[in-house]
Design a protein. Sequence first.
Length: 198
Amino acid sequence: MAYTRFDRFIAKQRFSAALPHIRDGSRVCDVGCGVDAAFLNFAAARIAEGWGVDDQVSPTENSRWHLVKGNIQERLPFAIEQFDHVVMLAVLEHLKEPQFVLSECFRILAPGGSLILTWPSGVVDPFLHFLHTVGIVSDEMESGQHQKRLPIAELVPMLRDIGFGKIYHKKFELGLNNLLVAHRPEEVSGAHSESGAV
């Protein structure tokens, strides 16, 4: 089942929440980019080099982006410190072992880079299941494969254990969605804190 209009509307809300955290001229890796690497297209004006990895992509020479077909729950096929930003939008809720994936994201981030996550609250799952049943959302959006949500009180210490420093979290879409930005520390400390830091 192809992405529906509702899928694309919800995706645009996630993209809009993530975009302000992408620096101009940056190297971006979208982990779990989906079949069409839609976020890279959305943020194109800010991206100097864009990569996407997903088990659904079909790499093509005609693509503006470097697309890699692969399992994101295995070692990512990138060099250490290759990217300024790694984004995982509506991916965290699908991960059985998030710590490994988050550690891989840290490995491929350059010092001063950031990991940008969005994920829906667990309360939306029954609603998504109903919308899937009546054909309003696609199989991709269906909640049947969602894992139990990792509470923010557990996610933040996990990110800190991995090595992330400054962490910013907020809710959006009436509190039904989460945005978290976790920074890989610079070589020299002294970064300022953000409003909403946790």
